[in-house]
Write a protein that binds this ligand. Structure first.
Ligand code: 6PG
Length: 246
């Protein structure tokens, strides 16, 4: 597994690099093939989605994207908390992706039933490797507690579940989530962590520099079985890195 860490002066520079990666990788794929991407949630992607919509509307073959999510809050699709709503408002409504290529997690339905349904949907549309769907690109964020997707440190067993998607619960808010497991995440061709802001600097250093105690954090367990791992950071999020060159 190749891990690459790139540090950018601004979120726009990070977004530009990320967008170019998507454009290149779609372009490198066999003509006519779809490119499957799982979007991360939270607030970090907002500025990245806005940049993509504003600057890459005509330079990515959007019609070749199949859009999924790594996780979703168990709320209605028009809820302020919805990862789908955030992506729709900041990206999907502004680029020519056919609605039929967008597969949201239905946060408004029964979480357990939705985890099963969504796993079947992913199996149906995302080609498998070792009998597990293999995303072309999996976007992930990093929580200050070391969580990623909606796998939190207090429920590490969810990461190693044999299921593709499971029901999780935010440790503080108790909000239910539907989340990809490590079984699915680590089967991706390319996993990209996108992390910005000073608040994440300590956790970035812990995970990337293997500080004692970080070995059992969900983000630390992200390690593609056969693929690439990219960490895209802004300078603030990289501010506490000691050994990784800036
Ligand atoms: C979610 C995400 C979660 C997020 C991190 C970072 O649904 O919240 O999937 O893993 O990526 O918590 O969130 P911020 O970008 O808001 O800091």
């Amino acid at each position: 597994m190749a891990t690459t860490t790139k540090i950018f002066k601004s979120i726009d520079e990070l977004a530009q690099f990320f967008a170019k990666q998507i454009a290149i990788r779609i372009g490198n794929g066999p003509e006519g093939d779809f490119f499957s991407i799982a979007l991360s949630g939270g607030s970090t992607p907002r500025a990245i989605f806005q940049y993509l919509a504003a600057n890459f509307r005509n330079s990515i073959a959007w019609e070749r994207l199949l859009v999924f999510w790594s996780d979703e809050r168990c709320v209605a699709p028009d809820d302020q908390e919805s990862n789908y709503r955030m992506a729709k408002e900041n990206l999907l409504d502004h680029v020519p992706i056919p609605a039929s290529n967008i597969f949201r997690i239905k946060g408004e339905t029964d979480p357990s039933a939705e985890a099963e349904r969504y796993a079947e949907t992913v199996r149906q549309f995302v080609p498998s490797y070792n009998n597990i769907p293999r995303f072309d690109l999996m976007m992930l964020g990093l929580g200050e507690d070391g969580h990623t997707a909606s796998i939190f440190p207090d429920k590490l067993n969810l990461f190693t579940s044999e299921e593709l998607f499971v029901v999780a619960e935010h440790p503080q808010t108790k909000q239910q989530r539907v989340t990809a497991t490590g079984t699915l995440i680590n089967n991706s061709s390319v996993i990209v962590f996108l992390v910005t802001g000073e608040a994440k600097a300590g956790m970035v250093s812990s995970v990337l520099e293997h500080i004692a105690g970080s070995e059992n954090l969900p983000a630390t367990l992200v390690s593609p079985f056969k693929g690439e791992l990219l960490w895209l950071l802004d300078e603030k999020a990289a501010g506490q890195l000691k050994t990784i060159k800036k």
